[in-house]
Write a protein that binds this ligand. Structure first.
Ligand SMILES: NC(=O)c1ccc[n+]([C@@H]2O[C@H](COP(=O)([O-])OP(=O)(O)OC[C@H]3O[C@@H](n4cnc5c(N)ncnc54)[C@H](O)[C@@H]3O)[C@@H](O)[C@H]2O)c1
Length: 354
């Protein structure tokens, strides 16, 4: 197996490349990345030590991917992954990377007769539909009632049947556009492709920042110091997300690689699920306990144009198809993140304190 991981120095890409190399040492694995994300350079010695080849390249440039020719499978993890990207600024980089880059990856797959596994996002679901969910304030944060349900959603979360009409953020649009191309390439050129719409992912080596990677950001600021604020939805920190451990994502990706032919053309939701849903306010309490101190948290009532109040993944479909379900709970995710921050404090503090 010759595996190409685009965005292979990023949080997800490097974790997957390293885990595949650990479990399948005979595979030739190449990680391609342009090191756009601050902190991705920290992956390079880890990749080298494990025997994963690193190539500095840019998915916006077709020839950079062509230089990796000869692969059997491509896992597309390169992205500008922020839902806030492009607002108040040019969306060029976002579109050229997330949509144009995915198109270049597909062309390379076509030429190599290779399959593609695509990391998509829960943010393909529209803002209007998610904002219209009948949420109530509960001690755990915002939540629909236990017996509440509608098209593509219930108390258990969002399914792939959630209606797709309406704006979804520029980021979500680039990902949905890429998904459409993947479906067409799979159909027109008989390529085995699978799409996974992931909810929030976290774990060690995520370079958390204000607009992406909030679990690590919250943990790092509690440990190292720095500013934090509850932004949007009144500024009370009641918004809620489910969190998936990146090692659980790897378990799913491994299962998809091993059963690619069975699931070709499928689009799945995958996330931490209801059990792993947490509000920002509850995240603060969990971080205070682990860091052994409190920091001041600001409040901004105004909601960003790309924001949503609640996202929980309904994993029923992916579990029925593959048997996979997340196994790492929130406490385990936070413990792993804090252990990693403490073990690499000298390197991480300058990057993650604010
Ligand atoms: N982390 C999450 O919570 C989450 C949730 C849902 C989906 N995803 C998706 O998973 C994938 C991986 O995200 P991540 O969390 O690892 O983000 P990340 O920013 O850590 O990794 C993305 C990598 O892509 C690289 N990159 C950016 N532009 C590039 C370009 N033009 N050419 C080559 N490389 C480029 C970056 O340098 C970075 O190393 C993305 O597609 C993202 O949209 C992430």
């Amino acid at each position: 197996m010759r595996l190409l991981v685009t965005g292979g120095a990023g949080f997800v890409g490097a974790t997957l490349a390293l885990a595949f190399k650990r479990d399948f040492p005979a595979w030739e694995i190449t990680a391609l990345d342009n090191l756009y994300r601050k902190g991705s350079e920290l992956s390079l010695p880890r990749l080298a030590a494990a025997g994963v080849e690193f190539r500095r390249g840019d998915v916006r440039h077709r020839q950079d991917i062509e230089e990796c020719d000869g692969f059997d499978l491509l896992i597309e993890c390169s992205a500008e992954p922020s839902a806030k990207a492009g607002y108040g600024d040019s969306p060029d980089y976002l579109i050229d990377t997330n949509l144009g880059g995915a198109a270049h990856c597909l062309e390379a797959c076509r030429k190599n007769g290779a399959g593609m596994i695509f990391l998509s996002t829960s943010r393909v679901y529209p803002l209007g539909g998610l904002r219209a969910l009948p949420l109530r304030e509960t001690p755990e944060g915002l939540d629909p009632a236990v017996d509440a349900a509608g098209p593509g959603w219930s108390h258990d979360g969002i399914t792939t049947g959630f209606p797709l009409a309406g704006p979804r953020s520029l980021y979500g649009a680039t990902k949905l556009g890429a998904e459409l191309l993947i479906t067409e390439y799979g159909h027109a050129y008989d390529l085995p492709c699978v799409v996974t719409r992931a909810g929030m992912i976290s774990g060690p080596w995520q370079m958390g920042k204000v607009d992406q990677g909030v679990i690590v950001l919250w943990a790092a600021r509690h440990l190292f110091g720095g500013k934090l604020a509850y932004v949007g939805w009144g500024g009370a920190g009641q918004q809620r997300r489910d969190v998936l451990h990146v090692d659980d994502l790897y378990d799913l990706m491994r299962c998809q690689v091993e059963t690619l032919a069975d699931h070709r053309g499928r689009v799945f939701n995958a996330g931490g699920g209801r059990r792993n849903a947490i509000s920002l306010r509850a995240l603060t309490a969990a971080c205070e306990e682990r860091a052994g101190r409190r920091i001041a948290i600001g409040s901004v009532a105004e909601t960003h144009a790309s924001d949503i109040p609640w996202y929980v993944t309904d994993n029923a479909e992916v579990t029925a198809a593959t048997g996979w379900r997340p196994t790492r709970d929130l406490d385990g995710i936070l413990d792993d993140v804090f252990d990693w921050l403490r073990a690499h404090r000298e390197t991480l503090e300058p990057l993650l304190a604010g």
